[in-house]
Design a protein around this ligand. Structure first.
Ligand code: PNS
Length: 162
């Protein structure tokens, strides 16, 4: 039984994340999506809400669990019996940060590999931060996020239905 962890802030989950989740779920027997509870960023959505939005967005996908973690990712991954950490790569600009994290995680735990999945072309420019900015400024954002996230963003930002 091969377990992988897909960690992130997911504030909120985007169609880019969902694409990585669907493809990672085909590679591993068990995929644990781990929402970081102690992120230094100040999130729009609570940790519990971010978990719920991921669950609602993946209602049709078996073999995927969604939970939160605190502290070091490698400690959480080890406790879950994970063989690997999954991260999506959108562009070259992601590489430095991702490489730094992967090497730090492998230094902290010599058995922990990071598997990078290349984002699909149409999602390479998406990020939770930029989608929130577009939404706040009144741009159309429905095509970038799953329907439950679109509704949650409208509510959180006090936007009317389009
Ligand atoms: O979606 P993000 O914000 O790029 O995810 C970053 C995340 C949560 C994966 C990263 O910050 C993380 O692993 N945090 C947990 C703390 C930790 O283990 N830090 C050392 C890893 S280099």
């Amino acid at each position: 039984m091969r377990t992988a962890i897909y960690p992130g802030s997911f504030d909120p989950v985007t169609n880019g994340h969902v694409d990585v989740i669907r493809r990672a779920a085909l590679l591993f027997d068990r995929l644990v999506i781990a929402v970081a509870a102690n992120s230094e960023k100040s999130p729009l959505f609570s940790t519990e809400k971010r978990v719920r939005l991921i669950q609602e967005s993946l209602a049709d996908l078996p073999g995927v669990e969604v939970t939160t973690f605190q502290g070091l990712l490698v400690d959480f991954a080890r406790a879950q019996g994970a063989a690997a950490i999954v991260r999506g790569l959108r562009a070259v600009t992601d590489f430095e940060y991702e490489f730094q994290m992967a090497l730090m995680n492998r230094t902290l735990d010599g058995h922990m590999e990071t598997v990078f999945l290349a984002a699909r072309e149409e999602y390479t420019y998406l990020s939770s931060r930029i989608i929130k900015e577009v939404a706040r400024l009144g741009g159309g954002f429905g095509r970038f996020v799953p329907p439950p996230v679109e509704a949650a963003l409208r509510e959180a930002l006090g936007l009317r239905e389009s």
